[in-house]
Design a protein around this ligand. Structure first.
Ligand code: SF4
Ligand code: FES
Length: 246
């Protein structure tokens, strides 16, 4: 495939960015999207031009680093996948593809397609943990009975990889889906109930301080989430917050 890429280029957090056009040729439909970006960068390096900066690490849908807005959608046109799992067979020869960073005030651009998601880390540090010692006591796992329903729901919430697609997609730049997943994975388990009230109050407080918007139930976050985190987690977050506030 021969493609035209329109890519956001921005030298530094304070500089003014702009869309720049590039051509890539002989792209195989079997390549991943990031491999296609690698081809572009090899071309740029060969021409002594600055390669396009983009985040990636695992390249298998686990780390949540590959934050790109592709043709107006977080992680591109496929569903239930991250950008690194997106394949070029989703595109056609001659296509023009627009590639931008995730955009939200709480995710400032560092360079090109790389954004700073320290705000997510700060929310996690405010309460996204349990303080019990879980090291080396494997028998504990079988001592407290947990219903299969709750275990499954907690596990589903725990699959959130902190990619930020929910924020980038939301017209309010709300982080409610992310925070709800991080609260839910503990709220459903007895080990998480001990600090439940402090956790939800502190994480919501930090979320607001970081400048994320509020949720108006449009549901765009759930559609674009690569891990299928459900809106029911936001309902649970609201209940947890109300209980803790009272
Ligand atoms: S809720 Fe989904 S979209 Fe949001 S950070 Fe977690 S995995 Fe990414
Ligand atoms: S590079 Fe790790 S999820 Fe895409």
């Amino acid at each position: 495939m021969d493609l035209t890429l329109k890519i956001w280029r921005q030298k530094s957090p304070d500089s003014k960015g702009k869309m720049v056009d590039y051509k890539v040729t002989d792209i195989s439909e079997h390549m991943s999207f990031l491999e296609m970006m690698d081809v572009l960068n090899e071309q740029l390096v060969a021409k002594n031009e600055e390669p396009v900066a983009f985040d990636h690490d695992c390249r298998e849908g686990i780390c949540g680093m590959c934050s790109m807005y592709i043709n107006g959608e977080a992680h591109g046109p496929d569903r239930g996948i991250t950008t690194c799992q997106l394949h070029m067979r989703m595109f056609n020869d001659g296509d023009t593809i627009t590639i931008e960073p995730f955009r939200a005030n709480a995710f400032p651009v560092v360079k090109d397609l790389v954004v700073d998601r320290t705000s997510f880390e700060k929310i996690q540090q405010a309460g996204g943990f349990i303080s019990v010692n879980t090291m080396g006591r494997t028998t504990d796992a079988n001592n407290i009975l947990i219903s299969k329903h709750d275990a499954d729901e907690a596990m589903d919430a725990a699959t959130c990889i902190g990619c930020g697609a929910c924020v980038a997609t939301c017209k309010n730049s709300s982080a409610m889906l992310f925070v709800s997943a991080k609260v839910s994975q503990f709220a459903l388990l007895p080990q998480g109930r001990v600090e439940a009230a402090d956790r939800v109050l502190n994480m919501i407080k930090q979320m607001d301080e970081e400048g994320f918007g509020n949720c108006t139930n449009t549901g765009a976050c759930e559609v674009e989430c690569p891990k299928g985190i459900s809106l029911t987690n936001i309902a649970r977050l609201n209940r947890e917050y109300l209980k803790a506030s009272l």
